[in-house]
Design a protein around this ligand. Structure first.
Ligand SMILES: Cc1ncc(COP(=O)(O)O)c(C=O)c1O
Length: 459
């Protein structure tokens, strides 16, 4: 190993605390110092390349090192890098807001910026609660969310999430929210088959609204894919029915499209599968193609004007972050959206879907892939010990973790979500790259994953 790399890794071990990482594991892990990136590939300091099959936590919707985006950022950087967004304004912030309004549902009219997915959800929750108080309606300050939902790691976002393994240590800090069953068809708690049921999983939601709608500010959910909850892809009909139920009550709807936005589900936004749209929409991640952190919470006129009044009436939305609407990030976002549109990437992905579906069919034969589910750029593989009974592997065996670590030897970057392995390709992935990646993955499944699952009593 090169001396400089060794020194860097020593400093990493000594001083850096990595996210979602047991640092004792990390110390003993094979470290991957990234030194370059291009398209769907990452390059490390040892001369290896890896397919970034998860788009660096789902951000790199156009892949890495996109020159047009870099040029737009540099151009902006040379003018001014950052100015506060309270009392001042700037062209990239204004143009991006207008663009977001143009590409989202006509009902959505006003953009509130923040700087990551979690904060855009915090903003949405606060807006929803204050909307009702500003309208003079007291007591509507609770939320309905879904089991297996994930909305981020800040306290409000955790409170409305349903992935308890992440949040248990902080339970005492979180506020109560009502959790409706997850539309997790593979593990349906009513033992129904996907698409052949009457969506009994919506009954608790309807009951809760019936009993408590006077206390509910909003329903918050990830449309069509519960991403961090295990890439749980669920039917449009579930979402459609849910919206029809919620619309019978005076309750807002918040769609968290932080993971699903910008073409991840086969449409620019997942809500486009519906006739309806949310009252509040949260976007981040792919918004800047993962170049700089930026998020937006987009609301209707109805919501915006509930805050618009004489200052002394106390209806102002008192929220903001230092880096709100960072101009370089806004310039990156504008260019990202322009490229997605100009290259017609969302529509063109349908050709790549045919390739993906062909390969998915081949992988279904593996006994340890209990469920293979997919939508748009996402393909998820749920690992099971027993395909017939859907029995899970023992947690202590850390099967998915072992698999993801060893995937590096096959030049693929994977990261587990519980027992689920997944790909989330850039829209820009080439058909030849999909062929290569699935080819490697099939070989990897028949060699390494078979061995790991076998050692875990999976065969
Ligand atoms: C649906 C969803 N909401 C919110 C978040 C939180 O975003 P961030 O990690 O930028 O805070 C994520 C992150 O994965 C997400 O997938």
């Amino acid at each position: 190993m090169h001396r400089k790399t060794r020194e860097l890794l020593e400093l990493d071990r000594k001083h850096v605390w990595h996210p979602f990482t047991q640092m004792q594991d990390y110390e003993n892990m094979y470290h991957v110092p990234i030194v370059g990136a291009e398209g769907i590939k990452l390059f490390d300091a040892y001369g290896n390349y890896y397919y970034d099959t998860i788009s660096s936590w789902w951000c790199k919707v156009l892949g890495h090192n996109v020159k047009e985006i870099q040029r737009a950022m540099i151009k902006q950087m040379r003018k001014y890098e950052h100015v506060m967004f309270a009392g001042l304004t700037h062209e990239p912030g204004i143009r991006l807001a207008s663009k977001l309004i143009e590409i989202t549902h006509p009902g959505l009219q006003h953009v509130f910026y923040s700087d990551n997915g979690s904060t855009s959800v915090e903003v949405a929750l606060k807006i929803a609660v204050q909307y009702w108080t500003n309208k003079g309606i007291e007591g509507k300050n609770r939320f309905i969310c879904l089991e297996n939902g994930y909305h981020g790691d800040t306290l409000g976002a955790m409170s409305v999430s349903g992935t308890s393994q992440f949040f248990d240590p902080y339970k005492a800090l979180l506020f109560d929210a009502f959790r409706s069953p997850s539309p997790y068809c593979y593990r349906c708690m009513y033992h129904e088959s996907a698409g052949y049921c009457d969506y009994e999983c919506l009954v608790p939601l309807r009951d809760m609204l019936e009993k408590a709608h006077e206390r509910i500010a909003a329903v918050v959910l990830e449309p069509l894919v519960q991403a961090a909850g295990g890439m749980i892809v669920y039917p449009v009909e579930y979402l459609d029915r849910l919206m029809k139920i919620v619309r019978q009550y005076d309750v807002l709807v918040i769609f968290d499209e932080i993971a699903t936005g910008f073409g991840r589900t086969g449409k620019l936004f997942a809500y486009e599968y519906l006739d309806d749209s949310p009252d509040i929409l949260c976007v981040s991640k792919a918004l800047t193609n993962g170049t700089l952190p930026l998020a937006a919470t987009i609301v209707t006129d109805e919501i915006y004007f509930a805050f618009y009044d004489d200052y002394l009436k106390g209806k102002t939305f008192f929220h903001g972050h230092t880096f709100t609407a960072n101009p370089i990030a806004c310039a990156a976002a504008l260019k990202t959206i322009e490229l997605i549109e100009k290259k017609n990437l969302v529509k063109k992905f349908s050709k790549k879907r045919m390739v993906i579906e062909k390969y998915m069919g081949r992988l279904e034969n593996f006994e340890f892939f209990g469920d293979i589910r997919s939508i748009g750029t996402i393909v998820a593989f749920e690992l099971v010990k027993n395909k017939k009974t859907k029995e899970r592997f023992e947690k202590a065996k850390r099967i998915s973790w072992q698999i993801c670590r060893s995937s590096l030897r096959y030049n693929i970057i994977l990261r587990p979500l519980g027992d689920v392995l997944y790909f989330n390709f850039p829209l820009s992935v080439k058909i030849s790259e999909l062929g290569e990646i699935f080819g490697i993955f099939e070989r990897y499944a028949s060699e390494e994953i078979t061995t790991i699952c076998g050692n875990g009593d999976g065969l």
